[in-house]
Write a protein that binds this ligand. Structure first.
Ligand SMILES: C[S@@+](CC[C@H](N)C(=O)[O-])C[C@H]1O[C@@H](n2cnc3c(N)ncnc32)[C@H](O)[C@@H]1O
Length: 195
C-alpha cells in the first residue's frame, strides 16, 4: 500500500508538471546535490526515452546549451529546439552515431536500464554491461573536468565499476535519490571532474 502511495505521488507530480516520466525527479535531486548542469552546458543523455531528463536538462542548459539523447526507443514527445535525439543501441552503433555529431560534452548522463527479468543477478549484470559502455563513451566524448552520472543496479561487480570511475575522475560519489524506490537496487555512480 505504501509503495502505491509513493508511485502515485511522483507519477501525479510528473503528469502535472508535463514530464513524460517521474524519473525526472531523480535528476533534479542529483543536480541540486552535486551542483551540476549549468547554462550553456553540452549534455549527452544515454537511455533518454521517454524524455523527461531531456526536457529538464534542456531547460537547465538554456538556449545556448545543447542536449543530445540516445535510446533504443524513439522519443515520442515534442522536444525543445536545443535537443537532438538519436535512435540506436549504445553498444552496437552508439559510437558511430555520436561521431556523426562531432561534439564533446560537459556532462554525460546514463539512466539506461536493461529490460528486467526479475532475476537480480541477471539484471545487475546487464546493467553493469550498459554502465561499462556508458563509461567508455565518457572516456572518448567527455571534456576534461566534465561530469558523469550513471545508474547501476547494484550487484557483485558494483565496487569494481565505482572504483573504475574513481580512477578516471577527481571525485567519485554514489547517490540514491529520495525519488528512487527503496526496494529498487538502482543507485547512481557519479564522477566529478574528469582527469
Ligand atoms: C529508465 S529509462 C530512462 C528514462 C529517462 N531518463 C527519462 O527520464 O525519460 C531507461 C532507458 O534505457 C534505454 N536503454 C536500455 N538499453 C539500451 C541500449 N543498449 N542502448 C540505448 N538505450 C538503452 C531503454 O530503452 C529505456 O528507454
Amino acid at each position: 500500500m505504501k509503495q502505491k502511495t509513493w508511485e502515485d505521488h511522483f507519477s501525479r507530480k510528473a503528469k502535472k508538471e508535463n514530464f513524460p516520466a517521474r524519473s525526472v525527479y531523480k535528476l533534479q535531486e542529483i543536480r541540486k546535490k552535486f551542483r551540476i548542469i549549468k547554462k550553456g552546458d553540452v549534455i549527452l543523455d544515454l537511455g533518454c526515452s521517454p524524455g523527461s531528463w531531456l526536457v529538464y536538462a534542456a531547460d537547465m542548459v538554456g538556449p545556448e546549451g545543447v542536449v543530445v539523447g540516445l535510446d533504443l526507443k524513439p522519443v515520442e514527445i515534442a522536444v525543445p529546439p536545443n535537443v537532438k535525439v538519436l535512435t540506436g543501441d549504445v553498444a552496437e552503433n552508439g559510437i558511430d552515431l555520436l561521431n556523426s555529431l562531432d561534439l564533446q560534452y560537459n556532462i554525460i548522463l546514463s539512466d539506461m536500464a536493461p529490460a528486467t527479468t526479475g532475476r537480480k543477478d541477471i539484471d545487475s549484470y546487464r546493467s553493469l554491461l550498459l554502465c561499462r559502455v556508458a563509461l567508455e563513451i565518457a572516456e572518448s566524448f567527455l571534456l576534461p573536468e566534465g561530469c558523469f552520472v550513471c545508474k547501476i543496479f547494484q550487484g557483485p561487480d558494483f565496487k569494481e565499476f565505482s572504483d573504475t570511475v574513481k580512477n578516471l575522475f577527481k571525485e567519485q560519489k554514489t547517490f540514491k535519490p529520495q525519488s528512487s524506490r527503496k526496494a529498487s537496487k538502482e543507485i547512481y555512480v557519479i564522477g566529478i571532474g574528469k582527469k
